[in-house]
Ligand binder design. Structure first.
Ligand SMILES: C[S@@+](CC[C@H](N)C(=O)[O-])C[C@H]1O[C@@H](n2cnc3c(N)ncnc32)[C@H](O)[C@@H]1O
Length: 211
């Protein structure tokens, strides 16, 4: 079963448009130098994020969890004229790398970096968001959803990565992170202010549309 799934994933990737050279360089740099490289969205999900951004044409995107800036660059591709991505992260060293990757791209003036704990930063943001991408510490996913909700415009979207958590959401015993993601999925489904789809690509991508 897994063999077929892997072969189909390879097939889907081979029939998906290529990414920019900047993104390929960043991804390869990450895989070669970072032990936690699985945190990066990766080629296929990157193309999905880019495509969703092009479909929404957001004026303002909020990303929670910058890492090396890969997904911020993907999301920036679909921005409306004059739009921006605000990306938050607490980690200084990866943030330096992310800034330098973005500097070498054509999105340097479209991506704004904020360093610190997202839980403290979000309440102070005054922007209205067309699109939010939640991709940071799992125990805070529900907090992030609640913190951003009123700042998302009606008709806007919230995406959340890793909501299948390598399949661990199915297990009877759930560790803290798995339980937090399962609780997040249940909270979204029960929220009558939104419609949602849990897309089983990569590690699970939740797509939420605010009514
Ligand atoms: C999975 S990585 C983000 C990957 C990135 N979105 C991508 O696809 O390329 C998660 C990031 O969240 C950051 N993070 C964890 N806890 C955080 C917090 N409380 N506030 C802000 N960032 C946090 C980590 O430092 C890490 O860089």
């Amino acid at each position: 079963m897994n063999e077929i799934k892997n072969a189909l994933t390879d097939y889907a990737e081979s029939f998906t448009s290529s990414e920019s050279d900047v993104l390929t360089r960043l991804r390869e740099h990450c895989y070669a130098n970072y032990s936690d490289s699985s945190m990066l969205s990766g080629f296929f999900q990157g193309r999905v994020l880019s495509m969703l951004s092009y479909m929404i044409r957001p004026q303002v995107v909020l990303e929670i969890g910058t890492y090396l800036g890969y997904s911020a660059l993907c999301l920036a591709e679909g921005l409306a004229e004059g739009g921006k991505v605000i990306t938050l992260d607490v980690q200084e060293d990866t943030n330096r790398e992310a800034r330098s990757a973005v500097e070498s791209s054509s999105f340097a003036d479209k991506i704004e970096f904020l360093l610190g704990n997202a839980v403290d930063i979000i309440p102070n943001l005054s922007e209205t968001f067309d699109l939010v991408f939640i991709d940071a510490d799992k125990p805070n996913y529900s907090n992030y959803y609640n913190l951003v909700f009123e700042k998302v415009r009606p008709g806007g979207f919230i995406l959340a990565d890793n909501v299948l958590w390598s399949g661990k959401v199915l297990a009877d015993y759930k560790d803290v992170e798995t339980q937090a993601l399962h609780d997040f999925n249940r909270m979204v489904l029960a929220d009558d202010r939104v419609e949602n789809v849990l897309l089983p690509i990569r590690d699970g991508l939740m797509i939420v549309r605010k009514g």
